[in-house]
Design a protein around this ligand. Structure first.
Ligand code: NAP
Length: 307
């Protein structure tokens, strides 16, 4: 069975930064992902990664990967099907699409990320990247003086609506109930923002547009009445789905499914570290994920030294 000191699960900005730091420290590590690069590959333009203004998501993801490769990082293009701990080492069951294999690791940096929950309505998938976005901090700047819809009623939706209100002409905040799940202070700020129009008790049925988003078709849940609202963009903020199923028997997970860990990445399971969007944190960004990758290597190095 192949062995390593650190198995890095996930090849997004957290995992690839961990790979760069491990390689520079000459720690034996391997990055496991079916396709390294991460969520950022889906972003059109990333305008908030320091020192690289306006870089495309594809270029940034590729730059993370090629930097790790340049430093000599090792990659396994596999899915991780299971992780178990036996005394002082971890066993990872891998699947490359054809066959299973196993990897033994002294420690694991778990950086598998999150998926944005989707609405699963017509037009959503086809227009993703063409007006449908899951990240206002990434894409808000494209909607200067335009009209956008934000779907959702949690902290993310309200924060995004508030952020977009400073750039867009009109923001429709569309929520399926008549009360918000978000914290009272952000609800208060949003309700006093003139260019945010709340459309409550309403669900989106379809996102319309040929080459890019032109409108959203809505249904009032009380009356059943349908209407079409013209918009230039739709921001979907209906929650995240952290990818923690395969480690939930090893480490403590919070009520939203995130691995409980602070900036050190240390989890309740010795030798298992969590980096990036998958861990409990306030602000999920490429820059905070990259910082987690570096911190986790530092924590893993201390752990390995004391084994
Ligand atoms: P969330 O709290 O799970 O809220 C998701 C929202 O989307 C809910 O309002 C939900 O409606 C709605 N929704 C879910 N599925 C939907 C569907 N199919 N169609 C229409 N609406 C749908 O997710 P989140 O806002 O991303 O927040 C996730 C976690 O991060 C939370 O714990 C949150 O507090 C935290 N967070 C904190 C901050 C902060 O600044 N402190 C910022 C962002 C996020 P219902 O309300 O009806 O369920």
């Amino acid at each position: 069975m192949k062995q390593t000191d650190i198995a890095i699960v996930g090849g997004g900005s957290a995992g690839l930064t961990a790979a760069i730091y491990a390689a520079r420290e000459q720690i034996d590590a391997v990055v496991i992902d079916e396709f390294a690069g991460g969520q950022i590959l889906q972003a059109d333009i990333v305008d908030n990664y320091p020192a690289l203004p306006g870089i495309s998501g594809g270029e940034l993801g590729e730059a993370f990967r090629s930097h790790a490769e340049e430093k000599g990082a090792e990659f396994l293009e596999c899915a991780v099907a299971a992780i178990d701990k036996n005394r002082d080492h971890f066993e990872l069951k891998l699947f490359d699409g054809m066959q299973e294999s196993f990897l033994q690791a002294k420690s694991v940096i778990y950086a598998a990320g999150c998926q944005h929950r989707h609405l699963n309505i017509p037009g959503e998938e086809r227009l993703t990247g063409h007006g449908v976005s899951y990240c206002a901090s990434c894409d808000a700047a494209f909607y200067q003086d335009k009209t956008v819809a934000v779907i959702g009623g949690g902290d993310t939706a309200l924060s995004e609506a508030w952020m977009l209100s400073r750039i867009a002409k009109t923001v429709y905040l569309i929520h399926r109930r008549d009360t918000f799940r978000a914290a009272a202070d952000i609800v208060e700020s949003v309700s006093h923002t003139k260019n945010i129009q709340m459309i409550m008790h309403t669900v989106p049925l379809e996102i319309l547009g040929e080459q890019s988003v032109q409108a959203v078709r809505l249904q009032d849940k009380t009356t059943g009445e349908q209407r079409t609202v013209s918009v230039d963009g739709v921001f979907v903020a209906v929650g995240m789905l952290p990818d923690t199923n395969i480690i939930s028997h090893l480490a403590n997970i919070d009520e939203n499914g995130y691995v409980i860990a602070d900036e050190t990445g240390i989890t309740s399971c010795a030798g298992l570290f969590a980096a990036g969007d998958v861990r409990t944190k306030q602000f999920r960004q490429v820059v905070t994920a990259a910082a987690d990758g570096a911190n986790c290597v530092n924590s893993a190095e201390c752990y390995l030294r004391n084994l």
